[in-house]
Design a protein around this ligand. Structure first.
Ligand code: NAD
Length: 503
């Protein structure tokens, strides 16, 4: 539904889901309000799906999977649909960016950047659609011909979080569609509007009805049914590690493959020889960009003792300059926390860090500056004197809270960096190529940035080690997460072998 089509209901925008090509309310008409994190006020009504809606959406996706208009079109034609979708998102980029900022509180500047970049995933995987080839295997059995086919899985449940809603959904939708699957997408209950605004673009691009279905509602209401539905062939999930664990457990019961992109406690490691001003900027960007609400947040700064004091002084000086306020303004640098419960969680962790004996050298409280209005803000916060085993150094906060930890040598830095249950990303700041390369090898994380932070691309694999996840998104191999390989045997001789002996 575009904003033009959206019904106004008591001054609030009112959305519908996308199921089987139709715009539908939830069965029974249940809705929930979605709030603007800057004003603190509800601004739209979103359908609250129940189990019956899950069944309807999965049935629509299953029907679409068997529909020759989707199943039998050439891989090139499928790729062309993805290209068209990319073009339409580029056309609607500004509108989608504004909606996301209103619904989720992300900076408009960051949203413009993301919306400009998102089409690249559709172009890249659209281009890949007709380059997925099987193999002829020089099989060891005389008289036999053996080849493989790469086939789609079926209905993919894509479950996404609130922090970069369209980007993280794109990382699933683009490869899954390129591979020929159909989708039931459940966006976060805190950021459903942009998904529903995207809905008409699938039809306009030419996807047959039911190829993409968008189901809105609460994980607690519909998550279990969606994950365990017998007609869902795979679950692609991004979210918290505890939710990911229960999705994994549930998927295991019906032997479904999963992709899990979960949390992190990533370390930005600053060696004594680093270009210190660059490292300061990279560390600030790692933790205060997106108000720290990114899975890749560099929430631990590991700083060599020789430069600790100078580094912290510069960090605090730069951190102090962060302009907080209305995320819709181009000049704002730190916006609100996206959800009320998340703000409470961030403030709880600040309290925990203080009780653990960490020293708060910046922020450390809810933000009450006039430019923050009624929004759900937390001051950019830096703790020093953090010990590697404190909760603030071990648990994901998902907010603008940085822990500074001192180290004496590379071995200690590696031990601290690897000493959490997570392994999503790490940054290394050094001018020594040997240090850069050995650290890249020794760090247990899916992404390593050297003298930079937070770079991602449709071309480069992204995913976690350890409790940060399973599988990879983006890059050539991501399409394999949505395919299954079939082996086909043909007897070329026509002689039936001894039926009592394996051939
Ligand atoms: P969340 O786990 O609370 O929710 C994620 C999604 O799961 C939502 O759509 C939610 O409705 C749904 N859900 C909730 N309970 C469910 C259940 N029982 N079954 C199925 N689905 C259920 O996460 P969030 O708070 O929305 O997002 C923040 C988390 O996401 C952070 O931990 C962050 O690190 C992580 N994240 C990871 C990546 C990554 O790529 N590794 C990217 C962004 C965010």
């Amino acid at each position: 539904m575009t904003s033009r089509e959206a019904r106004k209901d008591g001054g609030m925008q009112s959305y519908k889901m996308l199921i089987g090509g139709e715009r539908l309310d939830a069965e029974g008409g249940a809705t929930f309000e979605t709030e603007n994190p800057f004003s603190g006020a509800p601004w739209a009504l979103v359908p609250r799906a129940g189990v019956a809606d899950v069944d309807k959406a999965v049935a629509a996706a299953r029907t679409a999977f068997n529909n020759p208009d989707w199943r039998k079109i050439s891989a090139s034609a499928r790729g062309a649909l993805l290209h068209r979708l990319g073009d339409l998102i580029a056309r609607e980029a500004e509108r989608l960016a504004q909606i996301e900022t209103r619904d989720n509180g992300k900076l408009i500047t960051e949203m413009r950047g993301q919306l400009k970049y998102i089409p690249q995933w559709y172009y890249y995987f659209g281009g890949l659609a007709d380059k997925i080839e099987g193999r002829v295997i020089p099989i060891d059995k005389p008289g036999m011909f053996n080849f493989t086919r790469e086939e789609p899985l079926g209905v993919v449940a894509a479950i996404t979080p609130w922090n970069s809603p369209l980007m993280l959904a794109t990382w699933k939708l683009a490869p899954a569609l390129a591979a020929g699957n159909t989708i039931v997408w459940k966006p976060s209950e805190f950021s459903s509007a942009s998904a529903l605004e995207l809905a008409p673009l699938f039809e306009e691009a030419g996807f047959p009805p039911g190829v993409v279905n968008i189901l809105t509602g609460f994980g607690a209401d519909i998550g279990e049914r969606l994950v365990s539905h017998p007609d869902v062939a795979k679950v692609a999930f991004t979210g918290g590690d505890r939710t990911g664990q229960s999705v994994y457990e549930l998927a295991a019961r019906s032997i479904k493959p999963v992709t899990l992109e979960l949390g992190g406690k990533s370390a930005n490691i600053v060696f004594g020889d680093a270009l210190i001003d660059n490292a300061v900027k990279g560390t600030i960007s790692g933790i205060f960009a997106a108000t720290g609400q990114t899975c890749i947040a560099g929430s631990r700064a590991l700083v060599h003792r020789s430069i600790h004091d100078e580094f912290v002084d510069k960090l605090v000086s730069l951190g102090k300059t962060a302009r907080m306020g209305d995320p819709a303004l181009d000049t704002t640098q730190v916006g609100p926390i996206t959800t009320r419960p998340q703000r409470a969680k961030v403030l709880d962790y600040i309290g925990i860090a203080k009780n653990e004996g960490a020293q708060c050298v910046l922020g450390g409280a809810a933000a009450t500056r006039p430019e923050c209005g009624n929004g759900w803000f937390v001051e950019p916060t830096i703790f020093t004197g953090v010990k590697a085993d404190m909760r603030i150094a071990q648990e994901e906060v998902f907010g603008p809270v940085l822990s500074v930890i001192t180290f004496d040598d590379a071995d200690e830095a590696v031990a601290i960096a690897n000493g959490t249950q997570y392994g999503l990303a790490a940054g290394v700041w050094t001018q020594n190529i040997g240090t850069a390369l050995t650290m890249s090898e020794r760090l247990e994380a899916g992404t390593i940035w050297v003298n930079t932070y937070r770079a991602v691309s449709y071309m480069s694999p992204f995913g976690g080690y350890k409790r940060s996840g399973i599988g990879r998104e983006s890059g050539l191999n991501a399409i394999r997460e949505y395919l299954q390989e079939k082996s086909v045997w043909i007897d070329m001789i026509g002689e039936v072998a001894n039926p009592f002996v394996q051939r």
